[in-house]
Design a protein around this ligand. Structure first.
Ligand code: RB5
Length: 147
């Protein structure tokens, strides 16, 4: 699985830890930045990862900013992207099972790197349930993008 990573300064150190963790576990990682703790806008990084997911250059994306909120709002503006803001293990699994989320957003100032790595492990390893009711709801999201 190929995973696109992005962060701003608020998520930089978590992004670096997630990158190392994923590579150690055999995932291919494309790092879209940022590359230091210098203050930057999260928008471009979120859009680069979201567009890579939407165009299938990568299979999934992971975004980290201070809260995860700016990143998730921005990523969800891209058609085909379902970005989930996750800070606990239950929603990490639920958003894969129910929403087939293709981008994971987290806040580097909200949770520890240790918890973020547990969330990443669950999120990348949980398959979409493919149940009719969840497909129907996701299709309605997709239809709303086309309007
Ligand atoms: C940056 O200070 C912070 O606003 C950003 O990382 C993020 O939390 C925005 O939603």
């Amino acid at each position: 699985m190929k995973i696109g990573l992005g962060s701003d300064h608020g998520g930089f150190s978590h992004k670096e830890g997630i990158k190392k963790h994923l590579e150690l576990n055999g995932f291919e990682v494309v790092d879209y930045g940022c590359f230091s703790e210098e203050s930057v806008d999260y928008n471009g990084y979120a859009l680069d990862v979201a567009n890579a997911v939407a165009s299938k250059k990568v299979d999934k994306g992971i975004l980290v900013c201070g809260t995860g909120i700016g990143m998730s709002i921005q990523a969800n503006k891209v058609n085909g992207v379902r970005a989930a803001l996750v800070h606990d293990l239950f929603t990490a699994e639920a958003t894969r099972l129910h929403n087939n989320s293709n981008v994971l957003a987290m806040g580097g100032r909200v949770i520890s790197l240790e918890l973020a790595l547990k969330i990443v492990d669950i999120w990348v390893n949980t398959e979409f349930s493919n149940e009719d009711r969840h497909n129907r709801r996701i299709n309605r999201i997709t239809e709303s993008e086309e309007q």
